[in-house]
Every structure is written in C-alpha cells, then in structure tokens.
Design a protein around this ligand. Structure first.
Ligand code: NAD
Length: 426
C-alpha cells in the first residue's frame, strides 16, 4: 500500500498537539500497513461534547465557562481520561489528549478506551465555592457521558482529588446511587486507591530505570533535570533521587533552580508545601530559565510540565542521553527526528506516564469490588505493568527499527485496530 506518511519540511514544526499526535499516528499506521477504513475510524474521536456553563460568581455576577469532553475511542472498554482546568484548554488540545489516552491504555494493556475533558478557566483565580459550582455544573452537563461503565474521568493539570470528590458526589446524587467508580483520583476516604497520587511519578521512575538498564547507565552516577514540580515532576524527582540519581535542576512556573551538587528533593517538596504550591524564592540552587534547564548537560531529562517544550527550535541543543516524558506531549513532532539523529533515547509520554492511568484502573477495580488493596500491592502490580509495557515497546522498536515513540504507537494502534476489526461495524 502507498505510505500516508510524508516527511515534513525540515523547518516546519507542529506546535498544535493534535497535529503532532496525527503525524505520529500516520507514521505508525503506515509502518503497520493499517487499512484505510480502520485508519479513518481511529483518526477522529468517536464523540465530542462541548458545553457552556453559566456559573454564579462570588461577587454576584454570572460568568460562562466553556467545557469539553472528547471520547476518542471506547473499543477496549469504557473510555478513561483526566479533566484539565486551564486557560490553555482548546478543543484540539482535548482531542489530542483523548487520543493519547487511547494509545496509552492500549500500550499498558488495561481494558479502557481513551477520553479527555477540559474547562477553559484559571483555577487559581476561582474561589473554592466557584470551583465547586463549576465542577458540579460540568458533571451535570456530562451526566449522560460519564458513567462507571461508560466514561471515567480523573485529575489532570489544574484539578485534584477534591474536584474528583465533587464529581463523584454530584454524579451519585443525579443517579440516586453511590457511584465511586465514576471517577478516579479520589481522596482515599472516598474510595481512592493507595498509591494513586504517586503513581504517575512512580511509573516515570520505573520507565527511567528500565531505559537506564538498556543504556547501561548507572543511576548512582547519573544526573537529571526535571521540568515542572507539580504532581508528576515532584514525585518523579523524589523517586529518582531515591534510586541514587542526582537531581541537579528542578523548575516550575516561577523559574528553574540549578545546583550542580544536587538538590535535596524532599526539602524542595516541603518548601512547596509551605509556600502553597510554588518554588518561588527557593534558595537551594541558582536561578536559571526553564529553557536553560532543558539544555543542561545531564544524563536524564524529565519534562513534566507542559506540551511542546522540546521543539525543532531547541532539540539540537538538548544534551541529555535519555528523555523520559512525564508530561503529555512535551516533545513536538519536529523535534523527534533531531533527537533521534543525536542518538537520544526518548521514552514517550504514552508509555512513561502511564503509571497514573494504571493505578486509576486499580482504583476502579477496587471500587467495583468494594475491597481495597494495600499500597504495597498497588505499587507491585503497577511496577509490573510498567516494566512489561517497556519491554514490549522496546522489542517493537527493534523489530520495526523505529524509535521508542513510534514503537509505542505501533503496539497501541495494532491492539486497538484488531479489537475494532473483531467488534465489526454497522
Ligand atoms: P500539576 O498542575 O500538578 O503540575 C504542573 C507543574 O508544571 C507545576 O509545577 C507548574 O508550576 C509547572 N509549570 C507550569 N508552567 C510551566 C512552565 N512554563 N515551565 C515550567 N514549569 C511549568 O500537573 P501534573 O499533574 O503534574 O501534570 C503535569 C503533566 O503531566 C501534564 O502534561 C499532564 O497531562 C501530565 N500527566 C499527569 C498525570 C497525573 O496523574 N497527574 C498523568 C499523566 C500525565
């Protein structure tokens, strides 16, 4: 069959995450020789819902917020994916994130399809009451979309366990039954899972260890820089430090902090807890910019903040030997080739940060069983999933002679396409 993948012009980059996702999807489907009908069925979401939510603000005014929920695929099971509260939310971003969830669940072999939601808002400027009303209004509007056997949200950027608790409560009230399995990432007392809060960072660490093994990199002698110090970045940094890696730089929206002797991550986490979520004013390191952090001469780079941080513009200046993508979409399509040519191994988002959705799956299983596991059991099972997924993708990268990202897409698309064929069409 003719290839649908076209080499992009060298200077053109894809800073729209949906374009970036589609380029990789097309490249992987061409290598797989996927038939056109399945390609067409998988390239677009199954369902896209956009709602306008009028909310009473504390000052008596009414503001209308736009929210989305995109179900990319429900082939492997109910769709799964977080909800993002950010001013950067666009429908294209949510579509890309939803498709990534489909591939992510397939790569780690959990029985879910992919979805994502988002509300365009700045959660930091909303009061607790405004956030609660916005979350309940969104849950109401999505009450026929969400469901423990239909579509299961979770936290993402700008949302947290409290917001998941409001979703669970509102949905349960609407349905007249207690329904903890409608959402994951809940507080533990409401049916959350042990280990969920740390699960994504833990998976990043496990993936990094697997990759270091392949690269014959000794963690005790390795250095790392971590961009982003929220849930994923701070836990990844802490667990890598526990593995003996020296974390020489960390960062958040306030800037980046560099200490060539190594930053004490436990201390940095305590600092952020004290300041209410920011590294601003952190003194255990010299201030550098987030761009400089990405280009540091380190062994491992963990982008764990935002999309499109490593692009065709700066990829050539990246010095790390290994990049482990904690964030979703931190590397643009244009950067992939440059990094490959430089021999940098990239563990892609759909593999590296899949620990979170794996433990979300465990949370859903425990909610449906009504029986809860110990943290030790959760971590053991999640580590096993991550290690197996890494080996599967690594083997595919050898078999097809492609990088780890395209290999992960190949593994995922192959699985989703085969279930689609088995299930058939109208
Ligand atoms: P978070 O809101 O807890 O943290 C985000 C961090 O990024 C904060 O420290 C913030 O200050 C920082 N940041 C924001 N803008 C920045 C900038 N310009 N430069 C440097 N740092 C900046 O979010 P999170 O849950 O840690 O998610 C981070 C990424 O990981 C996102 O891409 C998210 O989709 C992805 N992810 C999260 C999970 C999860 O379980 N939380 C799972 C899979 C993927």
């Amino acid at each position: 069959m003719t290839s649908r993948y076209k080499e992009p012009a060298p200077i053109k980059d894809h800073l729209n995450p949906l374009d970036s996702m589609m380029e990789r999807f097309s490249e992987a489907t061409s290598i797989l020789g996927l038939d056109d009908a399945t390609y067409d069925a998988l390239k677009s979401p199954e369902k896209t819902v956009t709602v306008n939510l009028p909310i009473s603000m504390d000052d008596g005014s009414v503001r209308v917020f736009e929210g989305h929920r995109v179900i990319h695929s429900a082939n492997l099971g109910p769709s799964k994916g977080g909800i993002r509260y950010s001013m950067g939310v666009t429908l294209d971003e949510v579509k890309a994130l939803a498709a990534w969830m489909t591939w992510k669940c397939a790569v780690v072999g959990i029985p879910y399809g992919g979805a994502k939601g988002g509300i365009k808002c700045d959660p930091r400027e909303l009061s607790r009451g405004e956030l609660e009303r916005l979350t309940r209004a969104y849950t109401n509007a999505m009450s026929t979309v969400f469901g423990p056997e239909r579509d299961i949200p979770a936290p993402d950027v700008g949302t947290n366990p409290q917001i998941m608790a409001w979703i669970m409560d509102e949905y349960s009230k609407l349905k007249g039954v207690s329904s903890p399995a409608v959402v994951t990432g809940k507080p533990i007392v409401l049916g959350g899972s042990q280990g969920r809060l740390e699960a994504t960072g833990r998976g990043v660490m496990v993936s990094a260890r697997s990759a270091m093994g392949k690269l014959k990199m000794n963690p005790g002698k390795a250095t790392a820089a971590v961009q982003g110090f929220g849930n994923v970045g701070s836990i990844s940094a802490k667990l890598l430090e526990e593995q003996g890696v020296t974390i020489v730089a960390i960062s958040d929206v306030s800037g980046a902090y560099y200490n060539k002797e190594g930053i004490d991550i436990v201390n940095a986490i305590k600092y952020v807890e004290k300041t209410g979520g920011t590294l601003e004013g952190f003194t255990d390191g010299d201030m550098i910019t987030n761009d400089e952090l990405l280009e540091l001469d380190v062994d491992v780079l963990v982008p764990a903040a935002l999309e499109d941080q490593i692009t065709a513009e700066n990829a050539d200046r990246i010095k790390a030997r290994l990049i482990v993508e904690g964030a979703n979409g931190p590397t643009s399509y244009g950067a992939d080739k440059v990094l490959n040519d430089k021999g940098i191994m990239v563990i892609p988002d759909i593999l590296a940060n899949a620990g979170g959705v794996s433990v979300s799956y465990f949370e859903w299983v425990q909610n449906r069983l009504g029986y809860f596991w110990t943290e030790e059991r959760v971590n053991r099972r999640a580590d096993r999933i991550m290690k197996q997924a890494f080996e599967t993708v690594y083997k595919a990268s050898r078999k097809y002679k492609v990088d780890m990202r395209i290999a992960a897409y190949i593994v995922a698309i192959d699985k989703v396409a085969s279930t689609k064929r088995l299930r058939g069409t109208f």
